[in-house]
Design a binder for this molecule. Structure first.
Ligand SMILES: NC(=O)c1ccc[n+]([C@@H]2O[C@H](COP(=O)([O-])OP(=O)(O)OC[C@H]3O[C@@H](n4cnc5c(N)ncnc54)[C@H](OP(=O)(O)O)[C@@H]3O)[C@@H](O)[C@H]2O)c1
Length: 289
């Protein structure tokens, strides 16, 4: 398998959407470390880019050779938007597109991402789809973070177990695929190295993260109320509950080889992520905020 393929074009300019998000920030750091020129794109970037405003697209994409695509939610028309964006990028000379997708493409409940993948690949540019499991960073930068701060992770998770992946690994794979022709047309399944329950995750955070946290199984109504109290809109809470419901039969409890295949090394363990997060004061800093 390929190991860290070098950039095959010295004139690469990688446009990175979702540039302020969990993976985009890390993709930019990976590209900088490789010496590859990159253009951050989001509604807050110096080159303004709004998926909901097509008049911003041409300036954002012009001159780019590769494009990292992140699908934020909510969007009015995600499938149409990403089909049109991929088409516009190809017209403007982007020759490689890497889409951050998700695990479970083609399965019931995954119709939206399945359709987005199709809309992007149908454009005909060299496309790579990255299909990760849940991100470890959901515990520090996203939905589970407030619960960790409170000291009790309450979820209607059932038998859900998942090999949480470090967003840094996704970013390193993305950087490799954005700068090489070797992965064109591929759908790369990505996971961490170990299947964990949420109870396991809480135990690891308590042991290695320096914060006392336990796991408690609750029903969907209690979790919905908790999400809304944490500031989520009702429709966003329903999306999160929908994902938990989809996976609570344990269907995600298996590993994928993408990180090893692309990078030639195993993915980072959840405990290493927790140790690093604790070292940077992630949960402590949030508690003080
Ligand atoms: N979290 C998980 O466990 C997980 C697992 C598998 C797949 N995924 C998928 O990963 C994707 C999210 O990736 P991520 O976590 O790296 O991103 P993220 O942290 O959710 O950040 C979203 C990014 O999108 C930008 N954005 C939002 N609305 C925008 C708009 N209208 N126009 C342009 N940019 C916009 C935001 O920047 P501004 O606010 O600056 O515009 C931000 O940079 C989702 O599609 C999700 O389904 C997530």
């Amino acid at each position: 398998m390929t190991t860290n393929p070098p950039s095959s074009h010295t004139d690469d300019l990688v446009a990175v959407t979702g540039a302020t998000g969990k993976t985009g920030r890390r993709v930019l750091a990976q590209l900088a470390a490789r010496g590859t020129a990159a253009r951050p794109l989001s509604r807050r970037s110096s080159t303004p880019f709004d998926l909901e405003d097509e008049t911003t697209w041409a300036d954002a994409l012009r001159g780019a050779t590769s494009l990292y695509l992140v699908v934020p939610f909510p969007l009015a028309d995600p499938v149409g938007t990403f089909g049109r964006l991929a088409t516009r990028a190809a017209e403007l000379g982007v020759r490689r597109q890497v889409l951050l997708s998700a695990r479970g493409i083609g399965q019931p409940g995954m119709e939206l991402f399945t359709a987005i993948e199709s809309a992007v690949t149908e454009v005909g540019t060299a496309t790579t789809r990255l299909r990760p499991t849940w991100f470890a960073q959901n515990f520090t930068e996203d939905v589970f973070e407030p619960a960790i701060r409170r000291g009790v992770l309450r979820l209607p998770a059932g038998d859900l177990r998942d090999p949480f992946i470090d967003a840094g690994d996704i970013a390193e794979v993305a950087a490799a695929t954005l700068t090489s022709d070797a992965f064109e047309g591929q759908a790369i399944e990505l996971s961490g190295p170990r299947v964990l329950s949420f109870r396991d995750a809480a135990t690891i955070i308590a042991a290695s993260g320096g914060v006392p946290v336990t796991y408690e199984e609750v029903d969907a109504d209690i979790y919905r109320r908790e999400l809304i109290a944490d500031g989520y809109r009702e429709e966003d809470a329903e999306v999160i509950l929908g994902v938990l419901d989809l996976l609570r039969d344990g269907r995600s409890a298996h590993l994928a080889s993408g990180v090893q295949d692309v990078l030639g090394r195993p993915p980072r363990d959840f405990a290493a992520y927790v140790t690093d997060a604790a070292a940077t004061g992630a949960w402590r800093r949030s508690a003080a905020a």
